[in-house]
Design a protein around this ligand. Structure first.
Ligand code: T46
Length: 133
């Protein structure tokens, strides 16, 4: 089974251009309690390198492209995000890394909870211990 849960977004574009609207609980399977976006990433920079204990997120590349590495402690998978119409839902207890950001990449993230540093696992060995019990 794939680790990446692809999620098609409601597309409302017309002759004037594109439009995507996302509502929590109906268009994504959680309440959206925080939105953030990553942009102007320097060439060669990678980000992430952590998992979340509880947080669920929908990640969409609304401009450009980037690669996401997912790892559930047993299986690893790489996916490319390059469409504003489709994203991935990243569940809790999933190690994630973001690589190869294109120059114009804007990675939009809709999250199920407010920011809470205590929800992060930033040590890979600790993550493996928690997932391979
Ligand atoms: C994730 C990936 C996809 C905040 O204060 N509030 C926030 O909402 C966020 C997202 C970050 N921060 C602080 C925490 C750090 O001091 O901003 C700093 C940079 O965050 P971080 O190094 O965690 O950024 P990334 O790009 O490695 O990870 C982020 C999210 O933190 C994470 O939840 O899943 O994007």
């Amino acid at each position: 089974m794939s680790l990446a849960r692809w999620h098609d977004l409601p597309y409302l574009g017309d002759g004037r251009g594109g439009l995507v609207a996302v509502e929590g609980l109906s268009d994504v399977p959680f309440e959206i309690r925080r939105v953030y976006y990553i942009f102007d990433t320097e060439r060669g920079v990678s980000r992430g390198f952590h998992a979340h204990k509880e947080l669920k997120q929908l990640m969409v590349c609304v401009s450009g492209r980037c690669e996401i590495s997912l790892d559930d402690g047993k299986v690893k998978e790489n996916v490319t995000l390059d469409s504003p119409k489709r994203g991935i839902i990243v569940e809790s207890m999933m190690w994630r890394e973001m690589h190869n950001f294109s120059e114009n990449c804007v990675l939009l993230v809709m999250a199920s909870d407010p920011y809470d540093e205590s929800d992060y696992i930033r040590d890979y060995r600790e993550f493996l211990e928690a997932t391979n019990v």
